[in-house]
Design a protein around this ligand. Sequence first.
Ligand code: SAM
Length: 267
Amino acid sequence: MEKIVAKKKFGQNFLKDESVLQKIIEAMPNNDNKIVEIGPGLGDLTKFLVDVKSVDAFEVDTDLCKVLQNKFEREIATKQLRIHCGDVLTAWKSELIEESYDLVANLPYYIATNIILKALADPKCKNILVMVQLEVAEKFCANDGDKVFGSLSIITQSVGEAHIVVNVPPSAFEPQPKINSAVFLIQKKSDRSDKDFEDMLRVAFTQPRKTLMKNLSSTYDKAMLQEIFEKLSLAQTIRPHQVSTNDYHQLYKLARSLDGTRERTEC
Ligand SMILES: C[S@@+](CC[C@H](N)C(=O)[O-])C[C@H]1O[C@@H](n2cnc3c(N)ncnc32)[C@H](O)[C@@H]1O
């Protein structure tokens, strides 16, 4: 078979460290869900996954699709593995597959955040166990007060719980990336769905080092914000990363209801 050269444009860094592969398998939630793997690559993780579950794998690189079709001929024949060749983002409407699934993958880093946000919004996706760049994992898993707590952490905490499973050095991959990586797990309890809430978060974190009041007042009425901050006992000087997910939800609810009240009195 001809030698496969890793393609940078597809973010190809193949995970070769068996101890990390084993840790991913051990961290998989115990349930009857199917597995979706995005970017199976040379199939190093896939071979462990098909041993325990039925897998739908999405791979963009047609050369790798051929390698996988040869390597997993038996599993494809028994329907333990289905390979979807093409860009997963194009294939992904609101649901990626029809059955309930857990996403387990060593993700292509250049689209990792986008993929995770789509999985959080996909009602068929129940759990997310993925390898990404360490900084990205830390953002999804952060708690209020942490420096990197931001909209990704709040969106995640709004639908479930997240934690880092294992940190992974560049030496675990071939070719080695320049950055550190981490595997993390999100156990979903509901789906991400409120676009308006996420728009408010975007405004709240426009300038993370400024106060939350300053950021929000670029879009929302200042007098209304002052009333809400007082109701929630939030200091005017508080920074966006110091406010809890619960307080962001309260703030959003109050802003909607006060906005509505104002509109009604103005009519
Ligand atoms: C970091 S590698 C992981 C490979 C393999 N799972 C492993 O652990 O060794 C990312 C994989 O995602 C694939 N990929 C990149 N962009 C993709 C896309 N838009 N849709 C599906 N797969 C993609 C790459 O071709 C590559 O196989």
